[in-house]
Design a protein around this ligand. Sequence first.
Ligand SMILES: [Cu+2]
Length: 197
Amino acid sequence: MMIKYLSVIALIALLFSFANCENWSVNVGDAGKKVFEPNNFDANVGDTVTFNFVDGNHDVIQADTFATCAKSTLPNAYTTPVHAGNAAAPAKEVWTLTKTGPLYYYCDVEEHCAKDMMYATINVLDAGVAPKVPGVKAAAPPTTPNTSTAPNGNGSTSPSSAPPASAPPSPSSPAVRIEVSIAVLCGALLSLVCYFL
Ligand SMILES: [Cu+2]
């Protein structure tokens, strides 16, 4: 009986943690510097990271180990196209953190990784574990992948293509629905495991 209660608590905790997913911001390039900023921070599984291509020509390629300039051998390794930096209206790419453990990535343009040490880490913690080294929080990620073209092709000089600083996503937004579905699935699995223990 106790185990059943525990499994219900685990399920609720899981739902709660997924409902509080964070979006972190990483700037790619900075006024001529070949850098990721910040280049090392903690996040939680289920969070998203939005890369803002603010300067230079760069990309983001997942690696298997820190400070290596070779693409991860994972079949679903994260990669982005090369984007030209634009501080006023940066192209954005979103990485959803689906697995705990450290994630490594680098830029494979020219020799930015090998020569300029353009590589970085995201420490993905279990859901609900407070980040010790938090990153830079951002608004919810754009719902559709942004290309390097300006979002409003009318030549306006809007300062940024960042999504509006809106209220927290409503439960009816597609992203939240997907996350909740994942949480329910994980929770159900967890409950089953707990039940049979
Ligand atoms: Cu680069």
